[in-house]
Design a protein around this ligand. Structure first.
Ligand SMILES: [Zn+2]
Length: 129
């Protein structure tokens, strides 16, 4: 199901949206937000320019907001329903959870954002490096 050519594969492995081969980020995941979200200029495999236009990744904020809301709802359900915490305690859990997951959600938001605009091209993925 999750093979090359599938957007979910490319999103969760942080690959180029056009060839699903080249890396999207400069570094592997880290909890340092600046390092974690550093994006390559171009795809090392097909040469796709990741920064489509100036400030292209500001739009990823909308995706990041949706991801944060989903995380907050999930954490609220887990803390209130399964652990029986009150509202104040749940808010602390949500704040800590969002803070801890920020590098991951920022990376995911950027990858999802660029995948909204660029389609997979099979011929690009077969180019020799
Ligand atoms: Zn590529």
């Amino acid at each position: 199901m999750l093979n090359k050519g599938n957007k979910l594969y490319s999103i969760f492995t942080s690959k180029c949206p056009q060839c699903h081969e080249g890396a999207f980020f400069e570094n592997k995941f880290s909890f340092n937000i600046l390092k974690a979200t550093e994006t390559k200029e171009n795809c090392p495999n097909c040469g796709l320019k990741y920064m489509r236009e100036p400030s292209f990744f500001y739009g990823a904020m909308y995706v990041g907001y949706a991801i944060s809301v989903a995380i907050a709802v999930a954490l609220y359900i887990i803390s209130a329903v399964f652990f029986g915490l009150d509202m104040k305690q749940s808010l602390i859990v949500i704040a800590l959870g969002l803070f801890a997951l920020a590098p991951w959600s920022l990376r995911l938001a950027r990858v999802i954002w660029i995948h909204l605009f660029i389609k997979y091209q099979k011929d690009k993925s077969q180019r020799v490096k």
